[in-house]
Design a protein around this ligand. Structure first.
Ligand SMILES: Nc1ncnc2c1ncn2[C@@H]1O[C@H](COP(=O)(O)OP(=O)(O)O)[C@@H](O)[C@H]1O
Ligand SMILES: [Mg+2]
Length: 361
């Protein structure tokens, strides 16, 4: 049984459906992420888990028990917000100890647990500082410490890293991963940043317009998006309209208008004539000259139209005979070897038969 079970939950504001019949199971000990564009219902879901808001329909169960009649302060759930919400007139140690003071814990125990928590969030040397003397990352760690000191079953994190700059955000992602492993508490993490979700989650639910689009672990979500929304929302991807021509034992043959036929792995539920799209990640597309890539099942002549040098990689945009553009990402893995091809070069693109996916719809 999942630790937290969200069963057919719907939440409306007036006539607007913010959360539309969502069901999710969150396992004990995982970092589970709700990922989706702004306004898709992420915060509303967290608020219902915390008890600040209630579903109009459906149930939320913790350890199999319906939480409907449990007020927020009685739920073993804590939330960390983007703005940290620290007490400015209290030191780091006082902020972290605050929930224990409220629950009238004995002084000796407060001292011990505050010390432990300060270590866990790596603020042992900042215990006597005030929030305005701390960096954004340190303030974030105080908020985490204060949320964790009461050992909740669930920690809810609502876009906690959104206010930090890119470098610091990456560091905090690693810290969150380490912290979660150390304390073993289940994290429900909310973000609109797909790279952040991929980096720190055990599993991700992709949401759009209040609905669940797909739930998977990061590599499956990235490698096998189930529909156009997920494919387009996570990472870069080439998407070409396609039609199923043949479903054979080991493969499926697709037709792409003006381009020709390609081979993809067997597609569940595909039937000849079925319409959809072919999607392939730029880093799985190879570029070659003089037949370099023609040993691949799928290969086409094309011309280099643009290239974008990014230091570590270069993105080439090549144009196929039918006018369609495909992006290929090539690593610049040898020093000074930045432009393998030039604009106007006649080349071939190719990819393995199992490199792309067919998307229904
Ligand atoms: N209290 C409310 N009253 C009316 N509309 C709301 C309320 N809370 C959220 N919404 C709407 O519900 C949708 C989802 O909001 P929210 O859960 O905050 O999205 P997210 O956190 O994914 O950005 C938005 O369109 C938002 O405007
Ligand atoms: Mg939000």
């Amino acid at each position: 049984m999942a630790l937290l079970e969200i069963r057919n939950v719907t939440r409306r504001f007036g006539g607007f459906v913010a959360v539309d019949n969502i069901s999710l199971g969150i396992e004990a000990g995982e970092i589970f992420t709700l990922l989706g564009p702004s306004g898709c219902g992420k915060t509303t879901i967290l608020r219902m888990i915390a008890g600040f808001d209630l579903p109009d329909e459906g149930q939320i169960l913790l350890d199999g028990e319906d939480l409907a009649d449990t007020p927020p302060e009685k739920r073993p759930v804590r939330t960390v917000f983007q703005n940290y919400a620290l007490f400015p007139h209290m030191t780091v140690a006082q902020n972290i100890a605050f929930p224990l003071r409220m629950s009238r814990c004995p002084d000796a125990e407060i001292r011990q647990r505050t010390r432990d928590t300060l270590q866990q969030v790596r603020l042992g040397d900042r215990a006597g500082r005030y929030p305005n003397e701390l960096s954004g990352g340190q303030q974030q760690r105080v908020a985490l410490g204060r949320a964790l000191i009461n050992r909740p079953r669930l920690l809810l994190l609502d876009e906690p890293l959104a206010a930090l700059d890119a470098k610091l955000r990456e560091e905090m992602q690693i810290e969150l991963i380490n912290l979660q492993r150390e304390v073993g508490i289940t994290f429900v993490f909310v973000t609109h940043a797909q790279n952040e979700a991929l980096a720190l989650s055990h599993r991700i639910a992709v949401l759009n317009s209040g609905r669940v689009m797909q739930v998977d672990d990061p590599p499956r979500l990235y490698g096998f998006p189930g529909n156009r929304f997920v494919a387009g929302f996570i990472g870069h991807i080439n998407i070409l309209d396609a039609q199923v021509l043949e479903t054979a034992h080991g493969h499926t043959r697709l037709g792409i208008a003006g381009l020709g036929e390609i081979i993809v792995p067997p597609v569940a539920g595909a039937a000849p004539g079925g319409k959809g799209a072919f999607a392939i990640r730029p880093e799985l597309v190879r570029i070659g000259v003089h037949g370099d890539v023609t040993e691949l099942k799928n290969h086409f002549p094309c011309e280099v139209r643009n290239l974008l040098y990014c230091g570590d990689v270069t993105t080439y945009r090549v144009q196929l005979a039918n006018g369609a553009l495909i992006e290929a990402l090539l690593p610049n893995s040898a020093p000074g070897r930045a432009e393998l091809f030039k604009v106007g070069d006649a080349v071939n693109v190719g990819w393995r038969h199992d490199a792309g996916v067919f998307l229904h719809e």
